[in-house]
Design a protein around this ligand. Sequence first.
Ligand SMILES: O=C(O)CCC(=O)C(=O)O
Ligand SMILES: [Fe+2]
Length: 349
Amino acid sequence: MNAATLPIISMTSLNTNEGLAQLRYAASEVGFFYLVDHGIESDAQRHYLALSKHFFQLSAEDKQEVDMSHSPHFRGYNAVGNEMTAGLLDAREQFDWMNEELSLAPEQLQQPWQKLIGPNLWPTAMPSLKPALLTLQRELSDITVTLLQKLCQSLGVERNALDATIGEQPYTHAKLIRYPAQDAVQQGVGAHKDPGYLTLVMQDQQSGLKVERGSEWVDVEPIPGALVVNIGELLELASNGLLKATNHKVESPTNGIERYSIAFFMAAQLSATVPVLALPPELKARATGPSTDPNNPLLNDVGNNVLKGRLRSHPHVTKKHYCDNSLRSLLAKNFAHMLTADMCDECRV
Ligand SMILES: O=C(O)CCC(=O)C(=O)O
Ligand SMILES: [Fe+2]
């Protein structure tokens, strides 16, 4: 299978029953598809990717100013070597931002995931970054909310069936990513599922993203202007396994050309619990339950499911900000199975 055989869905077709049927097929049989006619034109995409390149070209000192180790909220910059996936180091550098929020006072913290709430870090050396990325975040957020409603409709439930879990605005998390070219194939990001409802990826012309289909890894070749969509774990839970959070990974480029992408993850409010949708009988019969991997349990309490991914990806942030006395026992209770020595010896049981 190659790129041409991954489904291509036009956003404008989703006003028709035929478009909704295509969406249902793509989401339930593949878990990955290209989205076109979404409203973010190729020029705008090139502009965002150029801004990203500009950010990564800042001096090490300027990037260090916004290093994620300064943020208990998992925001900011990670140099190559500061992220693990599937237990191995990823060869990529990245800049993460989420909803702009105020952090909670220590006495208000009752659950470790509440520490995810807080402000972003913005580099003083590049003042244009903040307004541009907040605009992009709004645009991508709107697309994912519409898409989530269309997915609900395509599954024969009310289009607003999951709206209450999103509240006034969904939880969003985005990343600028640079994959440096390597001499030989390396893990750009290891195989994983995304924890939220839906992910959108904007990629430049360089390939490297691969999706698991049966026993094969299929290339998600860039199609100019198209965004790549994949289903996250919360949708697998909400659809009782009818929609699959598909494993994917990125291999580093080896042709001397670095790869840039922007990933956008949309989830329900961190305080929400994701319900199981009341699917019509013919779909319910095909929904045989979410996957049950003991190394990656899918949690329908959103805050914990999102935090699971963050703790695992950035052990240096976990160790610095999450293993304090007030949170240690809660962390151990929810995440003992995945806490490693890199994170905290005392949290392991
Ligand atoms: O860079 C990409 O194309 C995908 C990145 C990704 O899967 C992730 O960051 O979760
Ligand atoms: Fe991903």
